[in-house]
Design a protein around this ligand. Structure first.
Ligand code: FE
Length: 405
């Protein structure tokens, strides 16, 4: 008895499954993409039903007139990329936004959704099928809720899967500069409970940095979020060693992101507690900084690593996880296989989606990318060029031949 397949991808030169282990990959495990030569994937009802050598997969499933078969001869096939750190939803750019606020204008939710949709289309065309999206450009109860409601609307209507994060503590808004602790109190006592009441976020994040939020303030916000049942993330040590990574270890955050200035003791604390390092090389690159986060030290210390775009208007306006992979290799000395692990299965773990995304295994969402290259080793070579030819979400071809289908 063979199960009928809706979708068959066959004869991949390299099928990178990323399908070992139920915890984030560390150390040597990062370098094993789980390659199947002449590989195939079958899916039914949006879920993967079989993965393996083409011959074996074809024996285990049956084709019907409704089956879509994609020949991936000579090509690399990977899981859909997971972007675990973006600031997806904001209006215009910062200067404009600030002027708007001076004039008392709020965000229109409908405009936010339209802009978010165009950005998600670009990300999808570059092979990203799951995205974490932070609020944080509202900085008032009304505007933060509006951004998160727009995010929820995008999640319900776009092929890309969205993981929403509340980042009300992105910055102290200009009108609250005289009393930052008062703003922190509002985040803890007013904004967080409202966000949780509406079910608008899975994660809470804080920008922990001199000029933004101190360790003490960050601890207060993240502890309050944890008590309300949110999982935790933190922007840590981007511009200075501020203790953010250590705080992430103390609180058991799922990830600490940036880490350009994290001392090795604090990296060791992350490894010990299993906190994933969110690497954001696009920000280092675009800010013209020289010091990429020390990914090699992280791998050596056993810190799980994930790669992300940090898509945002100010410091990393790229949509492309392919660029994050290339910069992870060029700037941080990751190998292509390590970078792929960081951009798929480990990124999925970092956003709580490892049961659904990040690897090719039976039961998972059938999200995959068929590339215009033949091996994992080629992934960073054509930096700045979109090499994703076909993108499949939930077993449906959504981008084919580089175009939306
Ligand atoms: Fe960020």
């Amino acid at each position: 008895m063979t199960a009928p397949a809706d979708l068959l991808v066959v004869h991949a030169a390299e099928l990178a499954t990323l399908a070992t282990g139920s915890v984030p990959r560390r150390g040597a495990a990062l370098a094993d993409p789980g390659i199947v030569a002449d590989g195939a994937v079958a899916a039914s009802g949006g879920r993967i039903t079989a993965v393996g050598p083409t011959e074996a997969v074809l024996r285990s499933v049956s084709r019907t007139p409704a089956t879509t078969t994609v020949d991936a001869s000579g090509r690399l096939v990977t899981p859909g990329l997971v972007d675990p750190h973006t600031h997806l939803v904001f209006a215009g750019h910062r200067a404009q936004e600030f002027t708007m606020r001076l004039h008392g204008a709020g965000y229109a939710e409908i405009d936010l959704v339209a802009m978010g949709r165009r950005r998600l289309d670009r990300m999808l065309a570059h092979g990203t099928t799951t995205v974490e999206a932070k609020s944080g450009y509202g900085l008032s109860m009304a505007d933060e809720l509006k951004i998160l409601r727009a995010t929820a609307r995008l999640g319900a209507s776009h092929a890309v899967g969205i993981v929403p994060t509340f980042l009300g503590a992105h910055a102290v808004p200009p009108e609250r500069k005289a009393d930052p602790d008062g703003y922190v109190r509002d985040v803890c006592e007013l904004m967080l409970p409202a966000v949780v009441r509406e079910g608008l976020a899975e994660f809470c994040d804080v920008f922990c940095e001199r000029g933004a939020f101190s360790i003490e303030q960050s601890r207060r916000i993240l502890s309050a979020a944890g008590r309300l049942g949110l999982r935790l993330k933190i922007h840590a040590d981007q511009l200075s060693a501020s203790g953010g990574a250590r705080l992430a270890a103390e609180l058991g955050a799922l990830s600490a992101d940036h880490l350009e200035h994290t001392p090795s003791d604090d990296l060791a604390a992350m490894a010990e507690r299993g906190v994933t390092a969110g690497l954001l090389p696009g920000a280092t690159f675009f800010l013209l900084h020289q010091n990429y986060a020390d990914a090699r030290a992280m791998v050596e210390l056993g810190v799980p690593i994930a790669l992300a775009t940090d898509f945002n208007p100010g410091s990393s306006p790229t949509f492309s996880m392919q660029m994050a992979i290339a910069l992870g290799c060029i700037g941080m000395r990751l190998t292509p296989a390590e970078a792929l692990s960081a951009a798929t299965i480990n990124a999925a773990h970092a956003v709580g989606r490892a049961a659904d995304a990040g690897s090719l295994a039976p039961g998972k969402r059938a999200d995959l990318v068929i590339w215009g290259i033949s091996s994992v080793a080629e992934l960073p070579l054509h930096f700045g060029t979109n090499m994703a030819d076909t993108v499949i979400v939930d077993g449906r071809v959504v981008i084919g031949g580089g175009r939306t289908t």
